[in-house]
Design a binder for this molecule. Structure first.
Ligand code: ADP
Ligand code: MG
Length: 148
């Protein structure tokens, strides 16, 4: 586990762009943290670095947005609205651990679909401008954070 502290949205996006160079198709990043913790801000920084031209918005209402990066697609989930319905039988498996990078906000609501091989990020709001972001690789990605 490794922790980073950021002091602005731009800082968080810079961190995301640095981590972007370690991503690859099939990789899963889970972003856990309260509303406003910076999960979508982080995703914007990562997507931009991976060559996404359009603006990344939170997919709260449609659960999944797909973006085309330079080398592979990016599947951005916001599972918040699955708390009540669950994530089964919606075809989400096709977008997890397949041909793209999968980024999941509120992964606790898609728990049953997540393989153990993933990189877990936890976002905490320390004050208005400060966020603590911890990174912890699991399974195949064990200790990936040591390389960042
Ligand atoms: P989430 O997706 O976790 O709900 P967002 O990324 O949508 O969070 O929102 C984060 C909010 O916090 C934005 O309004 C952003 O401007 C603000 N913010 C302030 N400081 C930071 C920081 N260090 N990192 C990320 N966002 C920050
Ligand atoms: Mg969000």
């Amino acid at each position: 586990m490794r922790e980073f502290v950021t002091n602005s949205p731009k800082d968080t996006q810079t961190l995301a762009s640095q981590i972007a160079s370690y991503t690859q198709p099939g990789m899963i990043l889970t972003l856990t943290g309260d509303l406003g913790a910076g999960k979508t801000t982080f995703t914007q920084g990562m997507a931009r670095e991976l060559g996404v031209a359009s603006r990344v918005k939170s997919p709260t209402f449609n659960i999944l947005n797909t973006y085309q990066g330079t080398d592979f697609p990016i599947y951005h989930f916001d599972a918040y609205r699955l708390e009540m319905t669950g994530a089964a039988d919606q075809g989400f498996e096709d977008y997890i651990g397949t041909d793209g990078l999968t980024i999941i906000e509120w992964p606790q609501f898609m728990r049953d679909l997540l393989p153990n091989d993933r990189v877990e990020l936890v976002f905490k709001r320390s004050d208005e401008h400060t966020r603590t972001i911890s990174i912890n690789g699991q399974g195949h990605y064990q200790a990936i954070e040591e390389k960042l």
